[in-house]
Design a protein around this ligand. Structure first.
Ligand code: AMP
Ligand code: ZN
Length: 113
């Protein structure tokens, strides 16, 4: 599998890990868009949120169970934003579902641009 996030999960590409468990891996975004910018991914390869099914939704649930733990570890008690981009119009560049955690500062109110 040539997927870059699968390679990161397997340790074939270096990353700055902030959290991991048997279903979830989280690491710092290489091009941060906020003071804190972390990507949370399921170890299972799912192309995007548009490919979530009854069969693979457990992996996504595990991501959302991990997010509050990650937020606590990153001291985001004042709040944060979770974003997932989907497809061409959503500007998704990596075709392995991932959830951006953005925080560490007051974020822009406008989420569209
Ligand atoms: P998206 O545009 O939603 O698909 O987000 C992909 C994200 O992956 C971008 O924010 C990139 O900066 C980030 N990214 C790409 N390659 C790496 C990498 N090797 N390590 C960490 N983050 C990466
Ligand atoms: Zn993948």
């Amino acid at each position: 599998m040539s997927c870059i996030f699968c390679k990161i999960i397997r340790g074939e590409i270096p990353s700055s890990c902030v959290y991991e468990d048997d279903k979830v891996y989280a690491f710092k975004d290489i091009n941060p868009q906020a003071k804190v910018h972390v990507l949370v991914v399921p170890r299972e390869h799912i192309a995007s949120a548009d490919a979530i099914t009854a069969e693979n939704s457990g992996a996504v649930a595990a991501v959302f169970e991990a997010i509050p733990k990650i937020a606590r570890a990153l001291e985001l008690e004042d709040g944060y934003r979770v974003i997932t981009n989907i497809g061409e119009n959503g500007c998704q560049t990596v075709k392995h579902i991932h959830f951006h955690i953005l925080g560490g500062e007051k974020l822009p109110e406008n989420m569209g641009n």
